[in-house]
Design a binder for this molecule. Structure first.
Ligand code: ADP
Ligand code: XUL
Length: 579
């Protein structure tokens, strides 16, 4: 019998799952930062400064959380000696700044004392970690994009345009505002490599897949981009630094802090530190595998293969997919895949998801005197709707994809076949149009990353979205599978409509533990690869995964074609958006 630990350090909580070799969850633990560690006085795990847009989390809170959770596991009498491997999932982009003192402390911990008592403030040059919700790096974003020739050039190198939360802009801001802190920093970890370091008893390298969320890593060539390191260390030519030696020294200093990312995959990064062996009774050969980012862990929490989409219908809408094609765009993100070689994870994040649908639901309920918060009427109208040559953008808040201001525009096809903007129509129409249009946007933008045998489609040539031409061949592909997760995936009318527009076999999956499970699965697969020979990750997962946990969605497959004109209409509508 063997156990694997999967941890999930997210914004609001720390979770730990114990699974066995058959992927059964044996135990599950969680700790909520705000309520279970109230002395840190965080609100939902973070400190926010509305004036500056800064959002950070206290690093020692995470260390104390690990103490508390492991004590709970111990009290339950779990046999730590059975744990063969540990991996995990962490909030992305956040960074931890270690001091000179840290490595000695990590490697000589006293098992009679807690981690928190020993890995104290002296181990960090900065006591807090910039959080992914931070909005304080506006100036840095502009610089990161301008210095390399624009948002698309930056996306071409690093897989993403510049974002407030990305680590490179955050580091440059720290250097600008607090140079003494930056120079005192010995090593910089991502949250994922920070948590892995605690288990390893030494500061471990960043994990390559998660390192793609920094705006610094050259994904094609798998190395830091020197020009971006110069930008990050404020020594780019455009910063007015002409002396090549000064620039090289600054780049080298930053490289020493960042280290060299460890390749994504199954190789152990270390054995567990002796502290845990002595304190909890882990075996000395229990292995630590690199931890990764939470979205990356989500796609490995169930068998998601190439050309399959995962649609998360939470507050926002997120599309995740696995692709062999590196087709970066400033409209979405591309990361190296954490477990499948030569593959990538595409991620499209929309701000206007559930909130926009709720607004239409409320409008309809008001008009027909129905109780608010009730989806019955919205669902009935949505289920009855067919594609009636109408599209809309429903953005009550500013949108990332396409990048534009808050606005609502409705349009239909006129008798001359051209798009006509409509001032208003019966609100009943909106239920169908909002969901169809949201799904059409996902369909268009996921298309370049798919590599499925094209279907024959008529009436469409290449289309342009976000300044990128999408070929007819790409637009003619249907994903093999679509899996829905998140709050609104409970709603059958919404998922059925999305499934109809996107095509592909569709399923919904209710799994609140996805991130931690992704970590546990990675640990289990890694041990198998190291001990019994390399196995394909997807095949390993499929052979153990209980597919009964996924519910199939019935879809009228013939409808997919009827939405083809909608793609062109959406493209036209997006040309008139207020940016
Ligand atoms: P988060 O993205 O914040 O983690 P969830 O995944 O829990 O949130 O999703 C929350 C959203 O799910 C809410 O904004 C709500 O509109 C939507 N939702 C929940 N239940 C339903 C439902 N039955 N029908 C449609 N939308 C729903
Ligand atoms: C992804 C992102 C968030 C955090 C949440 O780019 O910023 O999903 O990872 O934990």
């Amino acid at each position: 019998m063997s156990y694997y630990f999967g941890l999930d350090l997210s914004t609001q909580q720390l979770k730990l799952l114990v699974i066995d070799e058959g992927f059964k969850i044996v135990h599950s633990y969680s700790l909520e930062f705000e309520t279970d560690l109230p002395h840190y006085k965080t609100v939902k795990g973070v400190y926010s400064d509305e004036r500056t847009g800064e959002i950070v989390a206290p690093v020692t809170m995470w260390i104390e959380a690990l103490d508390v959770v492991l004590e709970k596991v111990k009290q339950d009498g779990i046999d730590f000696a059975l744990v063969k491997g540990i991996s995990g999932s962490c909030q992305q982009h956040g960074s931890v700044y270690w001091s000179d003192a840290a490595n000695d402390v990590l490697s000589s911990l006293d098992p009679t004392r807690s981690l928190k008592d020993q890995i104290g403030e002296a181990c960090f040059s900065l006591q807090t970690s910039p959080n992914w919700q931070d909005h304080s790096t506006g100036e840095e974003l502009e610089i990161f994009e301008r210095y390399v020739g624009g948002a698309d050039s930056l996306a071409e190198i690093t897989g993403s345009r510049a974002h407030y939360r990305f680590t490179g802009p955050q580091i440059r801001k720290l250097l600008k505002l607090r140079p003494e802190v930056y120079h005192k920093t010995k090593r910089i970890s991502l949250v994922s490599s920070f948590l892995a370091s605690l288990f390893s008893g030494t500061i471990v390298e960043l994990e390559e897949a998660d390192a793609c969320g920094m705006n610094l890593y050259d994904i094609r060539n798998k190395r830091w981009d020197e020009q971006l390191l110069a930008t990050c260390s404020m020594t780019h030519e455009m910063d007015g630094i002409e002396d090549e030696t000064v620039r090289q020294q600054a780049i080298d200093e930053l490289k020493r802090k960042l280290g060299t990312p460890s390749p994504a995959g199954f190789k152990a990064i270390s054995k567990i530190s002796s502290y845990f062996v002595q304190k909890f009774g882990f075996k000395e050969d229990c292995r630590i595998y690199s931890f990764t980012g939470d979205n990356l862990a989500t796609i490995i929490s169930f068998p998601l293969n190439e050309d399959e989409l995962l649609i998360s219908l939470g507050t926002s809408t997120t599309v995740l997919l696995v692709t062999k094609h590196y087709v970066p765009s400033s409209a979405y993100h591309t990361f190296i895949h954490p477990t499948i070689p030569d593959s990538y994870m595409g991620m499209i994040c929309y701000c206007n998801g559930s909130l926009a649908r709720e607004k239409i639901r409320d409008l309809l309920n008001k008009k027909f005197n129905k109780p608010s918060n009730d989806w019955t009427l919205f669902d009935k109208l949505l289920s009855q709707s067919k594609f009636n040559k109408a599209v809309g953008v429903y953005f009550p808040i500013g949108e990332i994809v396409p990048n534009c201001k808050a606005q609502t525009i409705r349009a239909r096809m006129g008798s001359d076949g051209e798009l006509e903007i409509v001032d208003s129509w019966d609100e009943e129409i909106d239920a169908g149009v909002i969901v169809q249009s949201q799904a059409l946007s996902c369909r268009a933008r996921a298309a370049p990353m798919l590599n499925v045998k094209a279907q024959t489609i008529d009436g469409i040539e290449s289309l342009e979205f976000d300044g990128k031409l999408i070929s007819k061949e790409h637009l003619s592909q249907r994903p093999h599978k679509v899996v829905f997760v998140g709050g609104a995936s409970k709603n059958t009318a919404i998922v059925s409509k999305f499934a109809e527009v996107l095509g592909g076999e569709s399923f919904r999956f209710d799994n609140p533990n996805a991130c931690a499970l992704g970590g546990a699965f990675k640990a289990s697969w890694s041990v198998a690869c190291e001990d019994d020979g390399v196995v394909d990750f997807h095949r390993y997962l499929e052979s153990r995964f209980d597919t009964n946990t996924m519910e199939r969605i019935q879809v009228d497959e013939k409808q997919w074609d009827t939405y083809i004109p909608g793609l062109k209409m959406l493209q036209q509508l997006e040309t008139v958006l207020e940016r």
